[in-house]
Design a protein around this ligand. Structure first.
Ligand SMILES: [Zn+2]
Length: 453
């Protein structure tokens, strides 16, 4: 029988069938063994199971921040506090994995200040180009640097095309073309899109008709059509402008059918609460403490939920940065992570993990020496199709297993190097083996990244 393997774990009916065929094929010289082995196979199917979150966590939370009204100085100040462990105006940095969003263009002609000192206006907000044209870079190099660092992972649409006069639409397909060309040139992949804007911002998409009938991004005969370019550029997950009053959920992902025939994943963000039948928006830093209340975090942990909290981290800040209530709330969130309850992840990492976890296709096979190989065959994504994941796309995937010291994880038959694996003792005979989560990075990128004038 040589090094023949016995499949012990079906990851669904198709795999069971594959196992039967494989056993039949491999056992050509000893057919009598097939039935016995199938029986073995059925007896041990529960030996390897997928854990919901990486050990030791019971839940996963992302802070999804919209870049509206964020002055460059305020972006730097907030992210030094969120991501590094430096001494900052808000106290010692949290070292959390929280990423922001960006846009390429800024065509917002509305009046008003974006900071408490009333020094910066909407014209000053952080953007790649310095206006509604692609001819002049503004904070391009700094934004590129933050994207590579993981401090930015979301396109808050191609640009701020909200206007004082909502009939005065400015966005056209060429904006998307320029921006997508830029991403391609820089080899940057942005997978998350959050819609934004008033009725002048016709690039938005994902809701179709109804109260959001101004949204034309996915209408092929509109001058604002661009979703073919957005999806080509790597967008896979969109927040389609529809907020949620659910603190968290077992599942945040849902398929969105676009009007050009395309499909993309939609995801929910916790944006508001209902008070006496009225929506009360929570996505200002002044209400962050209500999203991150101890009660909410407890609920997320107790029910093993995913949660993506929508906010605007850089909008309307004073010289000291975030309001006290938000600082305390973020410290509370950090404490939940320190206690091993909640893994705080950037939005793109949470969504990537969530999708991989939902649709992971794997088998487990016992070797003759008693060791077990868990082979990740692919991710059976019903929206984008079956794909073989990169190592970065299976970060955090964890299996509950017997005799954890004798288990390998393979991807498409290739063993993952041991330094990518993490092993934990569990209760009794059980243990865990998984792909390690992303290593924390506390680098102060405000010192590393260029700060163009
Ligand atoms: Zn916004």
């Amino acid at each position: 029988m040589g090094d023949r393997r016995q499949k012990i774990i079906p990851a669904g009916g198709v795999v069971l069938l594959t196992a039967v065929l494989l056993l039949a094929g491999l056992s050509a010289s000893c057919d009598h063994a097939v039935d016995d082995e199938l029986e073995d196979h059925l007896n041990v199917t529960d030996q390897v199971t997928l854990r919901k979150f990486p050990v030791p966590y019971s839940a996963m939370v992302a802070i999804s921040s919209d870049i509206d009204g964020t002055a460059p100085d305020e972006f730097r100040m907030v992210h030094r506090f969120l991501n590094t462990q430096e001494k900052t105006s808000m106290g010692e940095g949290l070292g959390l994995d929280i990423a922001n969003s960006f846009w390429f263009f800024n065509a917002n002609d509305q009046e008003g200040f974006i900071d408490a000192e009333e020094e910066a206006t909407l014209e000053d907000q952080l953007s790649y180009f310095g206006g509604d044209q692609a001819d002049e870079e503004y904070k391009a190099d700094e934004i590129i640097c933050y994207i590579r660092a993981g401090w930015i992972d979301t396109l808050h649409s191609w640009g701020d095309f909200s206007r004082a006069d909502t009939d005065d639409t400015v966005f056209v397909r060429d904006h998307a073309k320029h921006a997508a060309k830029e991403l391609d040139k820089l080899d940057l992949q942005i997978s998350v899109w959050t819609n934004h804007g008033n009725r002048a911002n016709i690039q938005n998409f994902g809701l179709g008709t109804g109260f959001a009938d101004y949204q034309q991004g996915d209408v092929p005969d509109s001058p604002a059509y661009h979703t073919d370019l957005a999806l080509d550029a790597g967008i896979q997950f969109i927040w389609n402008s529809k907020g949620s009053d659910e603190v968290g959920a077992r599942r945040l992902l849902f398929p969105v059918d676009l009007r050009d025939g395309g499909r993309v994943w939609g995801f929910d963000r916790y944006t508001h609460e209902m008070v006496d039948g009225e929506k009360k928006w929570l996505w200002s830093v002044h209400r962050l403490h209500r999203q991150l209340s101890d009660e909410n975090l407890q609920q997320i942990v107790n029910n093993n939920l995913y949660s993506i909290m929508a906010t605007h981290l850089g909008n309307g800040l004073g010289p000291q940065g975030l309001p006290r209530s938000a600082i305390d709330a973020l410290r509370r969130l950090k404490q939940y992570q320190d206690e091993g309850k909640i893994l705080v992840a950037s939005t793109s990492r949470l969504l990537q993990y969530h999708r991989t976890h939902l649709y992971l296709d794997y088998t487990a096979a016992k070797n003759e020496d008693g060791t077990v190989d868990i082979n990740i065959e692919g991710v059976d994504d019903p929206v984008f199709g079956y794909f073989l994941p990169e190592n970065e796309q299976i970060r955090g995937i964890t299996f509950e297993v017997p005799q954890y010291e004798q288990i390998r994880i393979l991807v498409d038959g290739q063993p993952l190097p041991d330094e990518l694996l993490v092993r934990h003792a569990g209760e009794g005979e059980r243990g865990y083996v998984g792909v390690s989560w992303f290593a924390p990075d506390y680098t102060d990128y405000t010192r590393r990244c260029p700060q163009p004038d």
